[in-house]
Design a protein around this ligand. Structure first.
Ligand code: CA
Ligand code: CA
Length: 77
């Protein structure tokens, strides 16, 4: 019973965190975020902004680049 209560608490905490910040979904599951995937979370995404977030300019945004851009205020958290 204790395990079930703990699990519910974890799910509730996760849901709360998800509501508090922008969630970018890796829709195609390739481990990085494309401009399309970022646009789903940030409707004002564009090529110029994407290039700013894509720090190593490999055409994809990884979790570290996304976190860095959010911390720098380039995009909302
Ligand atoms: Ca992806
Ligand atoms: Ca990149």
């Amino acid at each position: 019973m204790k395990i079930i209560v703990l699990a519910l608490g974890t799910i509730t905490a996760f849901a709360g965190a998800a509501l508090a910040q922008t969630v970018v979904t890796d829709t195609d599951g390739n481990g990085t975020y494309s401009v399309e995937e970022l646009t789903a979370a940030y409707p004002d995404m564009n090529a110029e902004l994407f290039a700013k977030i894509d720090a190593n300019a490999d055409g994809a945004v990884d979790a570290d680049e996304l976190a860095a851009a959010q911390d720098a205020g380039t995009i909302a958290k």
